[in-house]
Design a protein around this ligand. Structure first.
Ligand SMILES: Cc1ncc(C[n+]2csc(CCOP(=O)(O)OP(=O)(O)O)c2C)c(N)n1
Ligand SMILES: *[C@@H]1O[C@H](CO)[C@@H](O)[C@H](O)[C@H]1NC(C)=O
Ligand SMILES: CC(=O)N[C@H]1CO[C@H](CO)[C@@H](O)[C@@H]1O
Length: 817
């Protein structure tokens, strides 16, 4: 095997870019800086006391539990410090994304040496006491986590759940033309689906209006207990892989430090020059293009600078260096000695002055002020966030002169408003989605913001493709990448909306989980300023999947979200178009939440005027007197609903009931804000029990038609007064290729099932109701038969419209045939 094709991380540097930009003296200083950083990383993992080893190391100085990861740290440090040289030389606006955030000692040590950590946390001062605390609180109860958590200055990416570094980084550089996100990608991380697909983000980056991501693929060869795939394929194959992804990979490989410094310095400089060169070319000419953006492949040993072996076990350059490299120093005196010698080999007595502060020569290698990567305000995006300018949604509403009798497309209406949101916020609002904007009836936005596309173009693309080099809509068929982009975009101080098919948002359940955890933790970190909410619009919902069938029926994302901390999640199910507008307006103004908004994309009945909708959505839950017959009195039954289609069937059921039993006192209740149902002790939106009773009563039957799985409503209303009277219908995982009504019948959420349930729950109707019950059952059977026979729902039922029953004299009411 030729020398340059070796896939081992040993020996003098082998690099694509040749050059020796550093003087001997500089190399010496970089060695010191690297050693100081590695020392700090080990100190965090091991030392409770004696932080500068001014006494012989004794087991009492060690933390009782040894936690954290060393293996990843040296390579990350190496990259970070060499980027500092270029930030200073070129006055770059850059920050660092640590893909394997478990290598947090790397970024924490850099923040400490930059002085940022002490500015943010004064107790962790730049002296021996501060250093002792800095070490102690790492991965320690009451301290900070062992990843690049929200407490970490300069981090927008925790890197706990692996796979999102590249998509986060891209999200942060969109519409940030000066910014460079230096992004360390773990070679283990690179095996994940989300990371693998995110390399394609380079087809969506505009060199004029966006900044750049500089990925550094960290081939340290191992994961926890396995080699990594990318580190064990031939050199050429690896190079070709990244060429195929459209990147220009530059290799830096080896472990001999002096030559590695030269290689890394030369390579990163080449990358920075190329990035700035492409940007200048595009910006000077005004012509955007897709360059082959540079990336670095850094092949260095895992646990670089650790002892090569501990007893007869490999350590440096092997998976055993992944976490705590020497696990038993407290009980094994020989290993304690090895650890001490190792730590001393970095020369802490030379690197820290008599007060325990890093020597000036180290500090001089760091940039200043906000150029320090851990001080970059982009990583505390709330500081940079400007509120959106929002057009008055009231002006975009649907005209509702006859409630429940007008059909309109809620989503399309909202799309027009969204278009104007884009128009008024051309640089800090984007719409993200996996190829569904058109299908989701949001195409109105293309009038002002096209779909970003830096790939090749065909003539036909002009035919409604809406592709453009510059645009506001980000579409890639990867929910992971879309979610990562919007997270990065929002966390760096901007605003966005992610529109997804309801069933396939599950693809990013776990990413949304992680984002919820991040923003929740941020609430506890004083210096973090709130960012915009992450808004997820769920459409193409479970109840309208006529041609897609069972695979496309899954409303369960709401269950996932409901598990998250109530401080950071909100769930809205607007029943009609005016409510959707009101809810969207609210969500785009809100901060620090994940908002899920569920709304179908097809034409639906409209129930509320704009004025009523605003009042209803402000309350989040309410009775609808214009659909109720209990005016001022006790209801016989409460008919409740949550969700647009569920509300439609529920009102049709009310209509059926009133036709059969004109004297019935029915109260119609609608829920927009799902967390109104839960106890206020569990969610700030929850109704108290008095408010609850005023809507649902404590002794009358409640038939509740829910958009999603019915158990969720039971779970939210557990222990509510009268909760045993609550009869919830929802999707029960029954589906196929169905007509809308037939699908509802299968899940017993159709008007007949609801009306029958209501009859069954009213004791005074049990005997009298028999005839009506029979009629309803017959109608349901006939409807189902017709659907199976003709492929269509009976027109009489699908074209059902609400008629006002409130002024009917009993005789007016038609008893169903
Ligand atoms: C999605 C996900 N799966 C599994 C893990 C558990 N895990 C933590 S570290 C690690 C190995 C990571 O290897 P790599 O990305 O190469 O990081 P490094 O070698 O720099 O530590 C694994 C599997 C995780 N954090 N996230
Ligand atoms: C840096 O640390 C290594 C041990 O990892 C040691 O061999 C080397 O001498 C140190 N360099 C300096 C300049 O002290
Ligand atoms: C046909 C069918 O499977 N119907 C089911 C619909 O859901 C209810 C519960 O709400 C089940 O009891 C039915 O069996």
């Amino acid at each position: 095997m030729a020398e340059e094709e070796s896939i081992r991380a040993y020996g003098p540097a082998r690099s694509t870019i040749k050059g020796e930009p550093l003087s001997k003296d500089e190399i010496a200083r970089y060695n010191d800086f690297f050693n100081a950083s590695c020392y700090l990383s080990l100190g965090m993992i091991y030392l409770l006391d004696n932080p500068l080893l001014r006494e012989p190391l004794r087991k009492e100085h060690l933390k009782k539990r040894l936690l954290g990861h060393f293996g990843s740290a040296p390579g990350q440090i190496f990259t970070y410090m060499h980027m500092n040289r270029l930030i200073k030389a070129y006055d770059l606006n850059a920050y660092f994304v640590s893909g394997p955030g478990h290598g947090a000692p790397a970024v924490l040590s850099q923040s400490y040496l930059e002085g940022v950590y002490s500015e943010v946390y004064p107790a962790k001062s730049l002296d021996i006491d501060g250093l002792q605390k800095f070490f102690k609180y790492f991965s320690f109860p009451g301290g900070i986590g062992s990843h690049a958590t929200p407490e970490t200055p300069g981090s927008i990416h925790e890197g706990g759940e692996l796979g999102y570094s590249i998509s986060h980084a891209f999200g942060s550089v969109f519409d940030n033309p000066d910014l460079i996100a230096v992004t360390m990608v773990g070679d283990g991380e690179a095996e994940t689906g989300p990371l693998a697909t995110s390399w394609h983000s380079n087809k969506f980056l505009n060199p004029i209006t966006d900044g750049a991501v500089l990925p550094v693929l960290h081939l340290n060869g191992y994961k926890i207990n396995n080699p990594t795939i990318l580190a064990r394929i031939p050199h050429k194959e690896l190079e070709n892989l990244f060429l195929g992804y459209g990147w220009q990979p530059y290799f830096v490989e080896g472990d001999e430090l002096d030559s590695m410094h030269q290689a890394m310095a030369a390579t990163l400089e080449k990358c920075v020059q190329e990035i700035r060169g492409y940007q200048k070319k595009a910006r000077d000419s005004g012509k955007a293009f897709r360059p082959r953006w540079p990336m670095v492949i850094l092949r260095s040993p895992k646990g670089w600078t650790a002892p090569r072996k501990l007893d007869d076990k490999y350590l440096e350059g092997f998976w055993r260096a992944h976490q705590v490299p020497i696990t038993d120093p407290a009980t094994n005196p020989d290993h304690l000695k090895v650890l001490e010698n190792w730590m001393r080999s970095y020369g802490p007595e030379k690197l820290f002055d008599k007060n325990g502060a890093p020597i000036a020569a180290l500090r001089e290698l760091c940039p200043e002020g906000n150029r320090r990567m851990s001080a970059n305000p982009v990583a505390n995006g709330g500081i940079l966030k400007k509120p959106l300018k929002l057009p008055d949604f009231r002006k975009y509403g649907v005209e509702v002169d006859q409630p429940g009798a007008v059909m309109d497309a809620s989503m399309k209406t909202m799309g027009v408003w969204l278009r104007d949101v884009m128009k008024m916020n051309p640089q800090n609002f984007r719409l993200f989605g996996p190829d569904e904007t058109e299908s989701n009836k949001l195409a109105g936005v293309y009038d002002v913001g096209k779909k970003v596309w830096m790939g090749e173009y065909f003539e036909e693309d002009d035919d409604g493709g809406n592709l453009a080099m510059e645009g506001r809509v980000m579409e890639m068929l990867s929910e992971h990448t879309c979610e990562g982009w919007i997270e990065g975009y929002v966390l760096s101080g901007r605003h966005g909306l992610f529109a997804s098919y309801e069933p396939f948002i599950h693809v990013v359940d776990s990413m949304v989980n992680q984002h919820c955890k991040w923003i929740e933790k941020c609430l506890e970190v004083e210096w973090r300023v709130k960012v915009a909410s992450l808004n997820i619009l769920l459409t193409s919902v479970v109840w309208r999947q006529d041609h897609n069938g069972f695979t496309h029926q899954d409303p369960g994302f709401l269950d996932v979200l409901a598990n998250k901390s109530p401080e950071v999640v909100r769930i809205y199910l607007p029943p009609d178009g005016n409510c959707l507008l009101s809810v969207m307006d609210h969500c785009l103004k809100s901060t620090n939440y994940v908002n899920a908004i569920v709304s179908d994309k097809q034409d639906h009945l409209q129930y509320l005027t704009m004025e009523q909708a605003v009042a209803h959505c402000t309350k989040g839950i309410g009775s609808w007197p214009h659909f109720s017959t209990d005016a001022g009195g006790e209801p016989d039954v409460v008919m409740a609903s949550c969700g647009d289609i569920s509300t439609h069937e529920m009102l049709a059921a009310v209509d059926l009931l009133l036709r059969h039993f004109p004297e019935l006192k029915i109260r119609v209740v609608n829920v927009v804000d799902l967390f109104k149902l839960i106890s206020p002790a569990q969610h700030p939106h929850g109704l108290n029990d008095k408010q609850w009773i005023s809507l649902f009563t404590e002794d009358k039957p409640v038939i509740f038609n829910f958009h999603s799985y019915p158990w969720m409503v039971h779970r939210l209303t557990y222990k509510r007064p009268g909760s045993l009277n609550m009869h919830v219908r929802g999707y029960t995982e029954k589906g196929n290729i169905d007509t809308p009504l037939e699908l509802a019948i299968r899940n017993q959420t159709d008007r007949f099932s609801l009306a029958i349930e209501a009859i069954d729950q009213m004791p005074h109707l049990r005997n009298r109701g028999s005839a009506a019950r029979q009629t309803l059952l017959n109608e349901q059977i006939a409807a189902r038969d017709e659907a199976l026979e003709t492929g269509m729902d009976p027109v009489k039922l699908s074209s059902w419209r609400w008629t006002d029953h409130r002024n009917e004299k009993p005789d007016d009411a038609l008893v169903s045939q």
